[in-house]
Design a protein around this ligand. Structure first.
Ligand SMILES: [Zn+2]
Length: 217
């Protein structure tokens, strides 16, 4: 079976799974969407947010990019893909939650760490991941003696906090958060174990939200 055949057959199974026993779903979805959350995830093939959260069509509005980053609010000329998605989800769909989901073994954050040593990580990637340069610098300053692997794990988490901070530079996000209409969440998914942690703003730590799958077997 060719790689593309696998995907075509997957569409057939998807149709049966979501619409086979629920014909009302298609008619509900065809006229619009009412997702409850916007999720900003990484493009990494191992961390598809809809798969990980077992969502149905219409549940999640999603942005995926290298290293699940949110740029700061900018009004410069240019193509602001992430900002457009934020605007649509927040101002038009009026989602009540935004989740920034990072993960272990992130190649984008790995590239960011390598830029500290002056390595060229690509024509577009280096500039893009520099959004999280404050996270990289903080980790290198805080954990100078940790192994590169441990520094990377720490930077993956710190970068989530940079994105959460950048979210509130958007005035319409800041306003809705202040009014209690919108909640921001930082999640960290461990690919090797399936464990999900969340950022507890009161403790300042990432704490367990879902136990590893290894603990459930
Ligand atoms: Zn990643």
């Amino acid at each position: 079976m060719s790689d593309i055949t696998k995907f075509i057959q997957g569409i057939s199974r998807f149709q049966q799974q979501h619409f086979g026993n629920n014909p009302d779903l298609a008619s509900e979805l065809k006229d619009g969407q009412r997702p409850k959350a916007l999720l900003i995830g990484c493009s990494d093939s191992r961390v598809d947010p809809a798969l990980l959260t077992d969502c149905a069509p219409g549940d999640l509005f999603m942005v995926r990019n290298v290293a699940n980053l949110v740029p700061p609010y900018e009004t410069t000329h240019g193509y602001h893909g992430v900002s457009s998605a934020l605007e649509y989800a927040v101002c038009f769909l009026e989602v009540s939650n935004i989740i920034v989901m990072g993960h272990s073994g992130c190649g984008g954050i790995g590239g960011l760490m390598e830029t500290a040593a002056g390595k060229d990580v690509g024509e577009f990637i280096g500039k893009w991941v520099s959004i999280a340069a404050p996270a990289r610098d903080k980790v290198l300053e805080k954990y100078p003696d940790k192994s590169p692997e441990e520094q990377l794990r720490a930077c993956e988490k710190e970068a989530i906090l940079v994105s959460l901070g950048n979210l509130v530079t958007f005035p319409w996000i800041k306003e809705r958060v202040a009014k209690g209409l919108l909640a921001l969440h930082g999640w960290y998914y461990n690919i090797g174990t399936g464990q999900l942690k969340y950022y507890n703003q009161f403790s300042g730590e990432f704490e367990i939200l879902v136990e590893p799958f290894t603990a459930k077997s």
